[in-house]
Design a protein around this ligand. Structure first.
Ligand code: THU
Length: 137
């Protein structure tokens, strides 16, 4: 995926969502991340009976991508909904927004599934304005 095809990326996120392990919240979430070289990585949320070890789909995708040696990304798509029903956009949580901030530019597109066919297109800066990052350290 050299030039980011947002529809294809959202489809990958929807496919990843189907593997979500969410027996407690029943919120199924998938994410698809594009690395700078065009390779794609997906993740789903993985819940835990102790609750706090739960990992979000976006961070699962970053875990796989960074473990494979990628540090720069050009887009992410997120799809989610209660019982996997794609209704209202399922926005990335605050923790995931901060993880995006570690590896992605402010103007990086974040595509969020909006219903069955819609795509809400935001940037990281839209989701996390006035943010803190490594340049402050
Ligand atoms: N969740 C995600 O996977 N990504 C987000 O950005 C928001 C929340 C998951 C975590 C948990 O399994 C479920 O959605 C309900 O919070």
């Amino acid at each position: 995926m050299s030039k980011v095809d947002k529809k294809a990326l959202v489809r990958l996120a929807i496919e990843a969502m189907k593997n979500a392990y969410a027996p407690y919240s029943h919120c199924l979430v998938g994410a698809a991340l594009v690395a700078e070289d065009g390779s794609t990585f997906t993740g789903c949320n993985i819940e835990n009976a102790a609750f706090t070890p739960t990992i979000c789909a976006e961070r699962a995708a970053f875990g796989t991508a960074v473990s494979a040696g990628h540090r720069k990304f050009s887009a992410i798509a997120v799809a989610g909904g209660k019982d996997g029903v794609l209704g209202e956009p399922f926005y990335p949580c605050g923790v995931c927004r901060q993880v995006l901030r570690e590896f992605c530019a402010d103007d990086m597109p974040v595509y969020i599934a909006d219903g069955e066919d819609g795509i809400l297109e935001l940037t990281l800066a839209d989701l996390l304005p006035y943010s803190f990052g490594k340049e402050y350290l």
